[in-house]
Design a protein around this ligand. Structure first.
Ligand SMILES: [Zn+2]
Length: 264
């Protein structure tokens, strides 16, 4: 049997055009997670819009003020990480289990802060990956596959070199170095479906608008719907839960054993 295939999407920055992304995801039955800061240099959704979105999709944290964690003092970074979780939960009334560092920038101490704040998963800005979530000090790191943005080859090369993941760059070359992101997405999705893996499409709704990518996005969402089984599309949080160590289950079993006097 082939290993599992999952399809997930994520959308950063909380711009009101996220609602247009959400409408397209709904149209094609694709799940997604929206990483929303409380404030940003760009416009963000109102609390009412965010609640509407949270009724159908997952909302993740993206700091309170869209802060580059690597440029913030430790205490500021901790506050941005911890308080953005409670801000999402208070605003939406839903649990917030995933965090995405703005601009994809974070270091090891931030990973510990994110774990201590009670998040389950961290979405990075690593491109061209088909990997399942990776365990790192109790947190599940989710790389991405394709950004809905017309990157140049040099962006892929820099992204891979910076993170020392040359296998990702190799994957880009093997997939024919497509100049257009939808062609790259189709090729990588075919591989994920054939060989197993996570296909993670992500982007920014404001960028789709600025670079006129809406029609291309709709095309790839249609392709995703046609190629993948509906049950394989999950939010970032659902993906993390599938790969989380069964700590809660063990705790529960231990509690039952203690309560009933049964030795395991
Ligand atoms: Zn952002």
């Amino acid at each position: 049997m082939n290993p599992a295939t999952y399809i997930t999407t994520s959308w950063d920055d909380g711009h009101p055009l996220d609602l247009r992304v959400a409408a397209l995801l709904s149209k094609y039955g694709i799940a997604g997670t929206f990483y929303v800061p409380a404030e940003n240099e760009r416009e963000t959704m109102s609390a009412a819009q965010l609640r509407e979105l949270a009724g159908v999709f997952e909302i993740g944290a993206h700091t309170l003020h869209h802060v580059d964690l690597t440029r913030a003092a430790d205490e500021t970074a901790r506050h941005e990480i911890v308080d953005s979780k409670s801000w999402v939960e208070d605003t939406t009334g839903m649990p917030c289990v995933c965090f995405c560092p703005p601009i994809g920038r974070f270091t090891s101490p931030h990973v510990h802060m994110i774990r201590s704040a009670g998040y389950l998963g961290l979405r990075s800005a690593e491109f061209l990956s088909l990997d399942f979530p990776r365990q790192r000090t109790g947190l599940l790191l989710m790389p991405t596959t394709v950004q809905a943005f017309p990157h140049r080859f040099s962006s892929f090369a820099k992204n891979a070199v910076k993170r020392m993941v040359m296998a990702n760059l190799w994957r880009y070359l093997v997939h024919g170095s497509p100049a257009e992101w939808p062609a790259l997405a189709e090729s990588l999705l075919r591989q994920a479906v054939a060989d197993g893996g996570v296909f993670h499409l992500w982007g920014h709704s404001w960028e789709l608008q600025d670079f006129d990518q809406w029609r291309r996005l709709e095309g790839i969402l249609r392709f995703m719907r046609d190629l993948a089984h509906p049950e394989t599309t999950v939010t970032n949080g659902q993906l993390c839960r599938l790969y989380a160590p069964p700590v809660a289950v063990l705790d529960h079993a231990a509690r039952v054993a203690k309560a009933t006097g049964v030795q395991g």
